[in-house]
Design a protein around this ligand. Structure first.
Ligand SMILES: CCOCCOc1ccc(-c2cn(C[C@@H]3NC[C@@H](O)[C@H]3O)nn2)cc1
Length: 448
């Protein structure tokens, strides 16, 4: 048994997102999002599941906050649904939507829990997608209007802000691979989306500074750590491309004001270019205060000219996997955090980390020992990272509760709390109590 002590000011939390937990999709003046549309498109989401009800957190948020208090977290990452605030994207403001989030945030603060807010966690108003989505500057301007409404409403209440969750998912998973909403499968479209959201990010940061909003603002890329299957230069280059598309493609423009040239050249071979307009890169590279990092797994990759736009394929090395099929390998988080130092020792929060373990109720309990083992391994890496002097300031487990896992629907469960989707009854899993103990002690005690 080993004891890993965490810093006294370390933030312990959990994370969720609006479309995945709220439900009430046709209530409170909410408009239609691209995920409402995508989920209703046959074949896009497992079992035809959608977010109409989800965990019904729109109505049950007080119960959810009681669970957070019981867990002992001091930070809760959530997202605001743009379609609740400006239902048609850039028109009238919906006061009912703002009031819902005020009630929610006030309850969090009352419970002594710091709100950590993501402005965009994938639920784009459908009206904007119909008019070209993130590739159309109308959407960029609409996002800035939405962000400014939220900043003005919640300044003083919310002090931690993220503009976008997982820009790689927004641009490439959703517009090149077609796996997520809106489901495009076009490289140029995905580059247009990536650039549009980066400009929107930069403009929102400019507004944040101009309006004198108290707090810190950043963005939350997801990590794809990859190591080469062989020592061949081709396999190393395939890894470099995989890592870069999740990280450098977004963080180079933000921290350096330029895209990674080797990737620009790579896409130019396929006839795809970045639609940079005059002044864009200066806007994108506004200084930010923090980074959210979402880590789940890592890959061993090799070059394969048939393996999609990056010609990089992951090799199954026979590692134990979670129930969604992702190898369990916490080492990638440690390696990535050192890779990230090339942007400086910036303040970082792990804004998502967790395991899809589909254990169900067994005599009223959920003995999700595999999830505990996953968290134990990853928190041990977090401790190593902090010990190396990296400014890792907090950790948010994905997720507080089972919820709508996008194209996987409700079959994939990431929660510390089990949700019965018929009754909506919440049941803390054994991992909830394990994490509760880590938070209470502010240390990790490994079991072997
Ligand atoms: C054609 C190949 O396609 C294979 C599927 O490819 C992916 C990749 C990555 C993911 C993925 C899912 N999550 C968890 C979410 N993060 C945000 C939060 O909302 C969680 O629900 N992170 N990454 C899914 C699918």
């Amino acid at each position: 048994m080993t004891i890993f002590q965490f810093p006294q000011d370390f933030r312990w939390g959990t994370a969720t997102a609006s479309y995945q937990i709220e439900g009430a999709a046709q209530e409170g003046g909410r408009g239609v999002s691209i995920w409402d549309t995508f989920a209703r498109t046959p074949g896009k989401v497992f079992n035809g599941d959608n977010g109409d009800v989800a965990c019904d957190s729109y109505h049950r948020y007080e119960e959810d906050i009681e669970l957070m208090k019981k867990l002992g977290i001091n930070t809760y990452r959530f997202s605001i649904a743009w379609p609740r605030i400006i239902p048609d994207g850039d028109g009238e403001i919906n006061r009912e939507g703002l009031d819902f989030y005020h009630r929610f945030v006030d309850k969090l603060l009352e419970a002594g829990i710091e709100p950590f807010c993501t402005l965009y966690h994938w639920d784009l108003p459908q009206v904007l997608e119909d008019d070209g989505g993130w590739g159309n500057r109308r959407t960029v301007d609409a996002f800035v209007k939405y962000a400014e409404v939220i900043f003005k409403e919640f300044t003083g209440k919310i002090k931690f802000w993220l503009t976008f969750n997982e820009p790689w998912c927004i641009a490439f998973l959703s517009n090149l691979l077609g796996v997520h909403a809106p489901g495009n499968k076009d490289l140029q479209t995905s580059l247009n989306v990536a650039h549009g959201l980066l400009v929107a990010h930069g403009k929102a940061v400019q507004s944040f500074r101009r309006l004198g909003i108290t707090g810190q603002i950043g963005i939350a890329p997801n990590v794809c750590w990859a190591e080469p299957y062989s020592k061949s230069p081709e396999d190393q280059a395939a890894c470099d491309r995989s890592i870069a598309l999740n990280t450098d493609w977004f963080l180079d423009p933000i921290y350096k004001g330029t895209y990674p040239q080797f990737m620009v050249d790579w896409f130019a071979q396929a006839g795809a270019t970045v639609p940079i307009q005059e002044g864009d890169m200066e806007i994108i590279s506004q200084p930010i205060d923090l980074l959210g990092i979402n880590y789940y797994t890592m890959g061993i990759n090799r070059f394969n000219p048939e393996a999609g736009a990056l010609q990089s394929e992951e090799v199954d090395m026979g590692l134990t996997k979670t129930d969604i099929g992702w190898p369990i390998e916490s080492r990638g988080l440690y390696e990535f955090m050192h890779y990230l130092q090339k942007y400086g020792n910036v303040d970082v929060y792990i804004t998502e980390n967790g395991a899809c373990i589909n254990d169900d109720l067994d005599n009223g309990k959920i003995n999700d020992d595999r999830r505990i083992s996953y968290y134990e391994q990853h928190l041990a890496q977090i401790h190593r990272i902090i010990n190396d002097g990296i400014n890792l300031k907090g950790y948010m487990a994905w997720s507080l509760m089972d919820n709508f896992e996008w194209a996987e629907g409700y079959r994939m469960r990431f929660g510390l709390v089990h949700v019965d989707y018929r009754s909506l009854v919440r049941t803390p899993k054994e991992s909830f109590y394990w994490y509760q103990n880590v938070i209470k002690n502010n240390w990790l005690e490994t079991r072997n």
